[in-house]
Design a protein around this ligand. Structure first.
Ligand code: ZN
Length: 429
């Protein structure tokens, strides 16, 4: 198994910082073992230490009398655009903290179990629905306060921390404000904008900004790690616009390629009002179908598991009472599954809109004769024809219509309404 940071594409600076922090964390543990037990810095102090520490060499703090905890802190936020590897970075850092040999060797039991998702002291919260509830968060905070069984750190990774409800955010904030000595929170969010993460949580965390990885770095990792042919890897990396996971899916999954082709066929189909509404329906229905395919199997498995646990089918005494109690739990499960299905639909639709935005971006850069490579090499000729017809201004208006549609859906406008408005704007220009 390679180093735990190997999958983090194009984020060299962040990796340097995270390794340095893991080394500092290890120093804290050693100092603790020697009974010098320094506490980790928290809140604003950590921010200052982070800045100061980057001035000096890594790990130099250690026995020289400076607080060995200076490079490490309790709460982190990994930010960056979708596909930049926020959760990959957080998991790798969790492994580095549990690494018994160094700062994420990838080979010791600490690294291995963390990366495999089975480390007893690493909790991973992956919200499946639209938000993380306060109950989930309270339970998590409670467990995170326990002493790490492996003697190192209790690490809580919260993917999509921007989906915390306000109440859940407050529960988390309390834990971050008064952190148990060996607990580390790793949050992932698109940005530190107040819409994504509350200002108070942000002020208690150190931020690790990730950037959109360059296409050639994505192509390189697809070829090296996934064994994808270099030309396919290059095409997929460009088409996925820096989204590593999406690039891998495009390279490997013919269904994903078919869906993308259908989306990119939209611009040439917009020949009138009726066609615009048809295209909107097709896009919405394709997103629904894709989402359904991704959640149906999980839904059925969960329901069967719950029914078995509740003793469904029992006929003995007490079965009727058990069934009454079970109804509440089944309802709760259905609610969760519905939320997850909605999320999956939005994600699928958003992927389609990103592809479409790439097409109009290509038209715009061609109209401007900008010396940049097209996002979609396979529809470059079509984008070129669009550029001639619409000119830069018309291309820009269309690109803006797609981006406005994404933004509208993000603020809970009904997807169908937003997509219909977009299609009309794309047709009319
Ligand atoms: Zn290790």
């Amino acid at each position: 198994m390679p180093d735990v940071f190997a999958d983090l594409v194009g984020q060299d600076e962040a990796v340097v910082d995270l390794r340095r922090a893991a080394a500092a964390a290890a120093a804290v543990l050693r100092a603790g073992a020697a009974d010098r037990a320094p506490a980790l810095l928290t809140a604003g102090a950590a921010e200052t230490a982070g800045a100061a520490e980057s001035a000096g060499p890594a790990g130099a703090a250690e026995p020289g009398g400076v607080d060995p905890s200076a490079g490490m802190t309790h709460a982190w936020i990994f930010t960056g655009p979708p596909g930049s590897g926020r959760s990959v970075a957080a998991r790798a850092f969790a492994a580095a903290l549990q690494c018994v040999h160094g700062t994420g060797c990838g080979e010791c039991p600490g690294c291995h179990t963390t990366m495999g998702g089975t480390h007893a002291d690493v909790r991973l919260v992956v919200p499946e629905g639209l938000s993380i509830s306060v109950n989930e968060m309270r339970a998590l905070v409670l467990r995170a306060a326990s002493t790490p069984s492996g003697g190192r750190w209790q690490v809580v990774v919260i993917e999509d921390a921007d989906r915390l409800t306000e109440a859940a955010g407050n529960a988390l904030l309390k834990a971050i404000e008064e952190p148990p000595p060996r607990t580390v929170f790793l949050l992932c969010a698109p940005s530190t904008h107040p819409d994504d993460i509350s200002v108070t949580i942000r002020s208690r965390c150190r931020v690790v900004p990730l950037r959109q990885p360059p296409a050639d770095a994505v192509a390189e990792v697809l070829a090296r790690r996934d064994g994808i042919a270099p030309d396919v890897a290059r095409w997929a990396a460009a088409a996925a616009q820096g989204h590593v996971g999406r690039a891998r899916r495009l390279a490997r999954d013919p269904e994903a390629r078919k869906r993308r082709e259908a989306v990119l066929a939209v611009p040439r189909r917009l020949t009138g009002v009726g066609a615009a509404f048809d295209a909107a329906s097709a896009l919405i229905e394709a997103a629904e179908a894709e989402a359904e395919a991704s959640v149906t199997a999980a839904d059925a498995t969960e329901r069967a598991a719950l029914e078995t646990a509740l003793g469904a089918g029992g006929t003995g005494r007490g079965a009727a009472g058990a069934i009454r109690g079970a109804a509440g739990q089944l309802k709760e499960l259905e609610k969760r599954q519905k939320s997850r299905a909605t999320r999956a639909q939005r994600d699928a639709l958003d992927r389609a809109l990103v592809d479409l935005a790439g097409f109009y971006r290509d038209a715009l850069t061609m109209a401007l004769r900008a010396p940049v490579a097209p996002v979609h090499t396979d529809t470059a000729a079509l984008a070129g024809a669009g550029a001639q017809k619409w000119d830069a201004e018309g291309s820009l208006r269309r690109l803006e219509a797609v981006l406005a549609c994404r933004a509208a859906i993000e603020t809970n406008v009904k997807p169908r309404i937003a997509v219909e408005a977009m299609m009309l704007a794309l047709w009319k220009g």
